[in-house]
Design a protein around this ligand. Structure first.
Ligand code: NDP
Length: 330
């Protein structure tokens, strides 16, 4: 193959552009020691921001989009990888400052790759993607900071989104009573199918409220930020844990220290992009054992490469439920 298809983003004096392009193979970045034939990618929230140029995600132009990919090693000069190996890539600045995986080929650094667990197909790995792997990192943060059964309910915000849907699935399969906060009350049945015990409208959490409120949550997985995260902390029980990973409502955090100094609430920040490899592998191993495949299939929709641009706008408009997998060869 001398060229491949990919979502190419560009910015110049003429403005921003995003489209499916035929890209010559010899334009693959020089940095990188493993060429991967991508089978599937996905649209995460960050991809949607990059593809629509809604936030400064992309640091170099032109850029091939796609922070996640799963596929087969085509060639490698990295000691850990050989042709035919099945790999996953999540983050490490790919799709931001290194050409990404919403493309048929990517040239990546072998240190960034994780072996595809036998338990997953390429498509399932991308149904999980950064969103699902981050959801697992959040759930593991609750576990690490001591949340246990019998301590109370767990709140998941942005519940119908990618992180939220997978966090809900994991926590319910771990046996917790999970309450889903959503702006899509019409998706109540979807959220119940994933294991929500109760669904609450997100409006009540989205606005300014008292710094300390009635204690309810033993743990929280928050992908929304802003007032929602502030209120989640204010409603968390004594010594409860809040795992914060997202900013769908906003990047601000207009809070007081009261929940932390009077109730000993733990606010655990979760980053997925530069997690060390051993933590990534732990998270993927726990996904392999703990994530219900029927629920994963249930939350997944598959689209073609050419649909990625329109669907990115839909993600940012909050119109997409669950996870979008991209078949880069369709
Ligand atoms: P999705 O777009 O799939 O889901 C986001 C969800 O947030 C929406 O479905 C909606 O859920 C809710 N939401 C959207 N807009 C608002 C709003 N204005 N106010 C309150 N809730 C809102 O995104 P992901 O799940 O993939 O990602 C969620 C967040 O996590 C993003 O900010 C993303 O950047 C971040 N993230 C961070 C990572 C990290 O490394 N820290 C890794 C992965 C994601 P509902 O309608 O159910 O309320």
């Amino acid at each position: 193959m001398t060229s491949f298809k990919g979502i190419l983003l560009n910015k110049s004096d003429a403005g921003f552009s995003a489209g499916v392009a035929d890209i010559a193979q010899d334009r693959l970045p020089e940095e990188g020691n493993v060429v991967v034939r991508i089978a599937y990618s996905t649209i995460n929230y960050k991809d949607a921001l990059a593809i629509t140029d809604n936030a400064p995600v992309v640091r170099k132009w032109p850029m091939v989009a796609g922070i996640d990919g799963a596929g087969v090693v085509e060639s490698s000069s990295h000691v850990a990888w050989k042709p035919g190996d099945k790999v996953i890539l999540n983050g490490f600045g790919v799709g931001e400052n290194h050409w990404g995986c919403l493309a048929q080929y990517a040239k990546l650094n072998g240190d960034w790759l994780v072996r595809l667990p036998d338990a997953f197909s390429f498509k399932q790995a991308m149904a999980i993607g950064t969103a699902g792997y981050t959801a697992m990192l959040c759930c593991l943060a609750l576990e690490r900071h001591g949340v246990k059964h019998g301590q109370g309910e767990i709140l998941v915000t942005g519940a119908s989104g990618g992180v939220g849907s997978i966090a809900l699935s994991i926590l319910s399969s771990w046996g917790y009573e999970v309450v889903a906060s959503t702006g899509k009350m019409h998706e109540a049945e979807y959220l119940k199918t994933l294991g929500a015990k109760e669904i609450i409208g997100r409006a009540g959490l989205s606005v300014t409220n008292k710094p300390l409120q009635k204690e309810r949550w033993a743990g929280v997985v928050d992908s929304v930020g802003s007032h929602t995260l502030v209120n989640a902390c204010a409603q968390t029980k004594y010594r409860g844990v809040v795992a914060a990973c997202g900013l769908a409502q906003g990047a601000d955090f207009p809070a007081t220290v009261m929940p932390f100094i009077l109730r000993g609430v733990v606010l655990a920040g979760v980053d997925s992009v530069y997690q060390p490899l051993d933590t990534r592998m732990d998270a993927w191993a726990r996904l392999a054992t703990d994530l219900d495949r029927a629920k994963l299939d249930f939350i997944t929709s598959t689209i073609k490469l050419g649909e990625a641009i329109d669907q990115s706008a839909a993600v940012l408009a909050g119109k997409v439920r669950g996870r979008l997998v991209v078949d880069v060869n369709a």
